[in-house]
Each structure stands twice: as structure tokens, then as C-alpha cells.
Design a protein around this ligand. Structure first.
Ligand code: FE2
Length: 419
């Protein structure tokens, strides 16, 4: 019932909101069934009540929220058996069911973010970190993505959301991309090298925010002396793992790191081309490894639901089997990756099934993140999937990798984080 941060809802709000959206879209819109509890609808409308307000609402208690969710789910499963996936745009290919399933797993990630923010019992159980990949020390620091056109977005993926549509051609000049996300070890070198102390690495707005918010390290990091950092992970405090992708950095910090390293963040188009384009066929695929669904050998997804109970990113260079044709690893899973791009519509965009899904967020205020984190479900993860947030946000499971244009020589002094 508690609110652990004004940025997040009380967990019990997410629980009943998941059920309420499922009832609204499936039982009412698809099934034509009368509202079960119309009086609670306004409480769980995300646009009516910002997160900071939600703890003061007369929310369903945990047991009531659970039984509401079970009741909705039971009726939805009955409806699913009798529904034909045709006749309307909402029903074609089961889109409405897919949208509701994606909504639920996205709130699972939101709730995991709340668990990471909160302090006190209970600590979430987690398995020990995964070992480093066998070839970690031999991986090149960066990979080349050759220039040329590729297909960005999709017009055919049945569960793709409005902002991923339609497919369109984008010409992307040659560029180099980090083979893996930037690690905690490399990021610690940025801190030790004065990255947070010099305005020249930051955008004007980024430096103002760094000063105002007093940023000195990623969220949840604490300095323990003698160049050592610890961090809090779901209630436990531990030394940082130098080989793990850095988490909980804002866009401003990612951007400053990239400039300090003599590089830049990739554009959204660059990221998607690296993740989807197959030069052998000239086509864009669903995932870096091809069109097959994700599995435990291909990407670090689906925590804490399936068999990967580590609740953290895997060491940089993991998941060789999930590498993209360009050789980049971990583009899907592990950490959300900030891109340099503002969140905007693709050419030919039309809002579907409601404006508040994407369109109201388009503009220079939000930056795009790609690829999904360890807390993302495969149900809501694909090479076209777009996430967005404000550049100051870092309670999300955000990391990044850097890029450079192929025509530009790498600046001296780049930290050898992958060497
Ligand atoms: Fe929601």
C-alpha cells in the first residue's frame, strides 16, 4: 500500500490497474460485457491521477485487488476461447489480447523498479551473478555497421504498437558501435577521470541538472573509499561488478560519458540497424539473431518470471548466440540503451488504439531507449520496440553503449573497457 517514491505508484495500484485495463479492453471492448465495478475506473486511470497522487486515493486493498484480477482473468480466458481473431482491427491477429499482455508485463517491470527503489524488508531473492563469457577478453571494443538503407519499424508484426509503425526505409551512413553496453568498470573510470567535474563533457541542460541534483555517480552507487564503489541491488549492498553493464544512469550521464570517451550515443536508427539488419539478405529481422523467439541462450530477459533469477544484467559480452550480424552483443535484454534521438512519429504514423499510448509523448522532451532490460518480458520485446523517458530519469533499468561515425577517427584516451 505504501508509496516508496513520488515517481512510482504504490505497488497495489499497479496490481489493480493491470486488472482494470484488462477488463476495459477485453471484457468490455471485445466482449461487450458490462463494467464490473464502474465506480473504481477513475482510480485506475493513469491519465486522471499522476503517480504522486495515487497513494491518497481510496484504492482496493491487496486482497481485493488480487481477487479482482483473478475474476477478470477467469472471464478473459473464457472470452479468449470464444473469440475469433478477425472482423475488426482490434481483433485482427489477437491485437487486443497482445496489447493487454504487453501492458501487464510492462507493469511487472515498473513494479520491479519500485522494488529496487524501496528500502527495508523483504529483500528480493536472487541467484549469484552469471560468470563472464569465455571469449570476453578477445572481443573487439567496437563493430562496424556498413552504410546504406535498411527497413526501420514494422507494418507486419501483429502485436507491434502504433509507435513502431509503419515500416520505412532509412539510409544510415557507416558507423562503429560498441560491441557491448558500457560496463561499470568503464563508468568508474569516467568518474575517477573527473567526468562529473567538468562542464565540457555535458550538454548545457545536462550540466545544469548535474549541478542542481548533485550527481556524482549512477543512482544506488555509494563511494566506499580508495577508489571503490558499492551499490544497492534489490535491498542488498554489494561491491560493483566491473564487467557488468552499468545501470541506472540518466540520458545526461550517458551522453557526457560518450563525449568524455571521444564518442557519442547512437541514433535510434543506428541502434535498430545494428540490431535488425542482415546484410546477407538485405532484410530487417525481428531480433539480432533472427526471427526465432528469445530463449535463455539468446538474451537476458523475463526476470523474475522464468528460470533466470539473477535480477541483474549479465557480464558484458555474454550471449554470443544472440549476437547481431554486425557482431554486437546484448542488444536485446540486460539494460535499456539510451539513444541520442528524441521520441517522435515515424513517417505515416497514426495513433492506435488511443492517442495517449504514444502520441502525447512525442517531442524533444523524451529520449528513446531501445533493446529491453533483464526485467523486460519477451512478450513486450522485439527489435522494433521503442521505450522513451525524460533525460533526467534513472530509476529505470537504463544503460547505454556508444558509437562513432566511420569517417571520424577515434579520439585518443578512450578507456580500454573491453580490452
Ligand atoms: Fe498502465
Amino acid at each position: 500500500m505504501r508509496q516508496h517514491s513520488p515517481l512510482m505508484s504504490p505497488l497495489v495500484w499497479d496490481l489493480a490497474h493491470i486488472a482494470n485495463q484488462e477488463e476495459l479492453w477485453l471484457l468490455r471492448n471485445v466482449g461487450g460485457i458490462e463494467p464490473m465495478h464502474p465506480e473504481i475506473d477513475p482510480l485506475y486511470d493513469a491519465f486522471e491521477h499522476p503517480r504522486a497522487e495515487r497513494p491518497s486515493l481510496p484504492l482496493l486493498a491487496p486482497a481485493q485487488a488480487r481477487s479482482y484480477g483473478h475474476e477478470v482473468r477467469g472471464r478473459v480466458l473464457d472470452l479468449l476461447e470464444s473469440t475469433r481473431f478477425s472482423g475488426s482491427r482490434l481483433l485482427t491477429d489477437g491485437f487486443a489480447f497482445g496489447m493487454v499482455a504487453q501492458h501487464e508485463v510492462q507493469h511487472d517491470e515498473t513494479m520491479l523498479i519500485t522494488h529496487q527503489l524501496r528500502t527495508g524488508a523483504p529483500v528480493l531473492p536472487a541467484a549469484p551473478p552469471a560468470p563472464a563469457p569465455a571469449d570476453a577478453l578477445r572481443l573487439p571494443a567496437e563493430v562496424l555497421v556498413p552504410g546504406g538503407p535498411f527497413t526501420m519499424g514494422t507494418s507486419t508484426d501483429p502485436w507491434a504498437l502504433d509507435n513502431e509503425r509503419p515500416a520505412h526505409t532509412v539510409d544510415v551512413p557507416s558507423f562503429y558501435l560498441d560491441t557491448t553496453p558500457v560496463t561499470c568498470g568503464a563508468y568508474a573510470a569516467f568518474i575517477a577521470g573527473g567526468g562529473y567535474d567538468e562542464a565540457r563533457w555535458w550538454t548545457e541542460a545536462g550540466w545544469a541538472h548535474r549541478q542542481h541534483a548533485g550527481l556524482v555517480a549512477p543512482l544506488y552507487w555509494s563511494y566506499s573509499g580508495a577508489g571503490q564503489w558499492t551499490r544497492r541491488v534489490f535491498g542488498r549492498t554489494e561491491p560493483i561488478e566491473p564487467a557488468e553493464p552499468v545501470l541506472h544512469v540518466s540520458w545526461y550521464e550517458a551522453d557526457a560519458y560518450a563525449r568524455w570517451a571521444g564518442r557519442r550515443l547512437p541514433t535510434e536508427a543506428e541502434w535498430e540497424k545494428a540490431a535488425r539488419f542482415d546484410p546477407a539478405t538485405g532484410t530487417s529481422r525481428r531480433y539480432p539473431w533472427g526471427d526465432a523467439d528469445p530463449s535463455a541462450a539468446l538474451a537476458n530477459l523475463d526476470q523474475p518470471n522464468l528460470d533466470q533469477q539473477r535480477l541483474r544484467p549479465a557480464p558484458a559480452g555474454s550471449y554470443a548466440a544472440g549476437a547481431a550480424p554486425c557482431g554486437a552483443r546484448q542488444l536485446i535484454g540486460d539494460v535499456w540503451e539510451w539513444t541520442s534521438s528524441d521520441f517522435g512519429p515515424y513517417p505515416g504514423f497514426s495513433a492506435w488504439p488511443y492517442r495517449e499510448y504514444s502520441e502525447v509523448f512525442f517531442g524533444p522532451e523524451c529520449k528513446v531507449l531501445r533493446g529491453g532490460s533483464f526485467a523486460v518480458s519477451h512478450v513486450a520485446c522485439r527489435g522494433t520496440f521503442r521505450n522513451w523517458d525524460y533525460p533526467i530519469r534513472r530509476q529505470i533499468f537504463s544503460g547505454f553503449r556508444t558509437a562513432r561515425s566511420a569517417a571520424v577517427t577515434a579520439a585518443a584516451g578512450r578507456p580500454a573497457e573491453h580490452a
